[in-house]
Design a protein around this ligand. Sequence first.
Ligand SMILES: [Zn+2]
Ligand SMILES: [Zn+2]
Length: 232
Amino acid sequence: MESRLCDLAIEALFPRFCVSCKREGALLCRPCLDFWTPVPPQVSCAFCGRGGSPRTCTECCEDRYLDGLTYFVPYGNALMRELIASWKFHGDRSVEDVFVKSLRRAAPRMQPPLAPYWVTHVPLHESRLRSRGFDQAQLVATWVGELFGLPVEMLVRRAKKTAQQSRTFHGQRRVGEMDHVFEIAPGMSVPGHVLLCDDVFTSGTTMDAVARLLKENGAKTVWGFTLAKGSS
Ligand SMILES: [Zn+2]
Ligand SMILES: [Zn+2]
């Protein structure tokens, strides 16, 4: 709470500068936004980086549930990291406009491979949603639904809170830690094909836990969609 107040004070005292050209004004100024054409992501298995397809490779498929991943920009992109940090950790919602505009531009190369999908997201725990005020994954799902003309539903809810610090030094969740964290939202029936949205794909453990739940409840395909992908 103290650091949040501190951030607010800093924002009030110091004007905002464009993360790209450093000019005063917007977080990403209009000329920079128009000029920003991120390098298209590497096309390979999201879990091991092998192959020439966004599909999960045959080897990883043995113990994974997510069928593949479409993402916008590699997390290594400095501008993307800065935008996501401003959004997630400093609550700067002006970033959303930047994402919506650049996603719209990138949409032709980002078409998910199968239709018809239902769009859903990896939900935050309610208490975290209350403290942050918005669920970034839910926003991504809304944009994706609008972009591709697909129905959006909150199919999953978080039943158990996971501690943010409970990661090993590899950034992976511990085995079994994601069990029973998620459940199908009351009254929801799971469609055959689901496009599962989140903001960032890192190790994929959380997304895969949701993909597993969706498949155990009737989904045949669960394809991931994220704004960024880090290296696992
Ligand atoms: Zn600029
Ligand atoms: Zn693989």
